[in-house]
Design a protein. Structure first.
Lengths: 262, 321
């Protein structure tokens, strides 16, 4: 399974957001999307998921044009993990995850016992089986995010799109979620996720796409692409990339000159 | 159970034994007496149709309410959100104003109810670039208000001694004049429109998460919305045509059902329909026995529904957040 977008122009009706974006995603990869607020990350995701019409370029899944794929087939190839949100009605965590099975059953079908066991397995995989009968609306942000990831797992699509999975999570939950993302990739899922934290891209990404104002600033291998220069350009602030003992790299704001003097 | 008891209560004194005997005669279990007893007439031309109508109205409004609340992701939505009641009210008032026969009044109510929602749907689909459900609701409110204005005009023009009370009574809902034929016209519509709702019950859960999530999970929100709105509107229009505008049921009952069994539509739908049918039966029982004159259903559902609703809001368990 391979997702490939070429020279993509995207946006809302009569309102272009970005253009000239190309990317590919294959199983086992984690493609991180970096860019400032409003640079078009979410719009790009909606376009990749076929939720809004693209303005130009190509999107193909295994060589098939996205527009020719029926909704259900698309959902079996590409799962979507939206930002943790609260629906109006208090579905149980189990039912939320069970909804991921919809694309595998007929139009008029209700979930089968097989769907239920796959749902239980997805919950167990993420270590949240204890939450199964809790109301989703009453969970913490981190638990909600894990539930939505479990739903994508139940959806059983080889490719997963995560929209800022660590947004508004505390430090501990960010690490828990990132750890799960890494595990999914190890198990052969192809993952594209957006994040606001360059360190997340450095710690778990295999490749990166840096965007600004709807355009690609740089893309490719994380180590080669995420340089201080690129990060400074997309965020419009001074940034240093420092190598830690052991080879890990982190991104920090440079010590201010006056702070050093004072 | 409730239905059986309800047939025995009414202004015409009957005992359980008499009713049982009458049913026996009706189904040919007991030989017919020479002349039909008065009780047979009362039972089979008035009470039984009325009981069935109450069950039908309650179940249909509750089912439609459950659908609309899920579809619009709002627990405070009632089946008339898209203007079906406003349209039906206008149609019925027009029929009464023109002194048409009852069947024509019902027909006008049905057609106007459907027409209003269809118009809302068409107008809303021409407005682009906004969240589709929001546009739909706003268009419904606007066109509903327009229908309400036309209705007010008819009320002013109507004969204050004869037509105006009839219009007002119709707008508050009543099963007093329900005949067996009414059930034969409304029940098939309700049952038919229940078919897609029951068949697509699992998809309804997805719709309540919003269009984008539903689509990413493999559902087609545009098409599903059209099917659900059509079905819910058809069943509402069908029962409004025979019973007038009965408020509150479609709003409160899905709520109560959700508190009992949770939001999963597969369980919510049958429970809401059963509670709705039972509730309507009790309300109608009160309507015809509380005072010597008929009390309008809309008045009773509001008097009972409002405190229940406030209690639900105040009490701990939430059916929504």
């Amino acid at each position: 399974m391979k997702l490939a977008a070429g020279d993509l122009a995207f946006g809302y009706r009569d309102f272009p957001v970005g253009a000239g974006v190309s990317l590919t995603l294959e199983p086992g990869e984690i493609l991180c999307l970096l860019g400032p607020n409003g640079c078009g990350k979410t719009t790009l995701f909606k376009t990749l998921l076929g939720l809004i019409e693209r303005h130009g370029g190509t999107i193909e899944i295994d060589g098939h044009d996205l527009r020719t794929l029926p909704r259900e087939q698309l959902a079996r190839s590409l799962a979507y993990v939206p930002q943790a949100h609260a629906p109006v009605f208090p579905y149980t965590v189990f039912d939320m995850v069970l909804m991921g099975r919809t694309a595998h059953r007929g139009l008029f079908a209700s979930p089968t016992s097989q769907d239920r066991s796959l749902t239980a397995a997805a919950l167990a995989r993420l270590g949240i089986e204890g939450l199964a009968q809790r109301e989703y609306t009453r969970l913490s942000g981190g638990q909600r995010q894990l539930t939505l990831i479990a739903r994508a797992l139940a959806q059983d699509a080889p490719l997963i799109v995560l929209d800022e999975p660590t947004a508004s999570l505390d430090f501990g939950n960010q690490l828990v979620v990132l750890d799960q993302v890494r595990r999914l990739a190890r198990d052969g899922k192809g993952i594209v996720m957006s994040t606001h934290d360059p360190d997340h891209a450095m710690s778990c990404g295999t490749s990166v796409l840096a965007m600004k104002d709807g355009r690609t600033i740089a893309s490719g291998d994380v180590r080669e692409t995420l340089t201080a220069a690129v990060l400074s350009e997309i965020y419009d602030v001074e940034v240093e990339v420092v190598e830690m003992p052991g080879g890990r790299r982190v991104c920090i704001a440079p010590a201010k000159a006056e702070a050093v003097e004072g | 159970m409730l239905a059986a008891v309800a047939t025995t209560i009414g202004p015409f004194e009957t005992s359980g034994r008499q009713v049982l005997a009458a049913f026996g005669r009706y189904f040919g279990l007991v030989p017919q007496t020479a002349e039909p007893a008065t009780i047979d007439t009362v039972l089979f031309s008035i009470r039984v149709p009325r009981v069935i109508a109450a069950l039908l109205v309650g179940a249909a409004l509750s089912a439609a309410g459950s659908v609309y609340q899920g579809l619009f992701r709002n627990p405070l939505v009632s089946p008339d959100i898209l203007g079906v009641s406003a349209g039906a009210g206008l149609g019925a008032a027009l029929g009464i104003f023109l002194s048409l026969p009852i069947i024509a009044i019902q027909g006008l109510a049905f057609v106007f109810g459907l027409g209003t929602v269809a118009l809302v749907y068409v107008v809303a689909s021409m407005v682009r670039g906004h969240e589709p459900t929001l546009v739909l609701v706003l268009t419904g409110v606007v066109l509903g208000a327009l229908a309400g204005a036309c209705l007010s005009l008819l009320k002013i023009l109507a004969d204050p001694y004869d037509q105006l009370p009839a219009i007002t009574f119709w707008l508050l809902g009543s099963l007093a004049s329900v005949r067996a034929e009414d059930i034969w016209s409304a029940a098939p519509v309700v049952l038919l429109s229940l078919v897609p709702v029951v068949a697509l019950r699992w998809r309804m859960n997805l719709m309540s998460l919003g269009d984008e999530e539903a689509a990413s999970l493999g559902a087609d929100p545009k098409w599903l919305r059209l099917v659900f709105v059509t079905a819910a509107t058809l069943m509402t229009a069908a029962v409004v045509a025979i019973a007038g505008i009965v408020g509150w049921v479609g709003l409160v009952i899905p709520h109560v059902a959700r508190l009992m069994v949770g939001p999963n539509f597969s369980r919510l739908l049958p429970v809401a329909m059963i509670i709705g049918a039972g509730y309507m039966l009790v309300i109608d029982l009160l309507a015809r026995n509380l005072t010597t004159a008929e009390t309008p259903l809309g008045v009773l559902t509001a008097v009972v529904g409002a405190p229940v609703f406030i209690w639900l809001l105040a009490s701990g368990r939430r059916g929504w957040s």
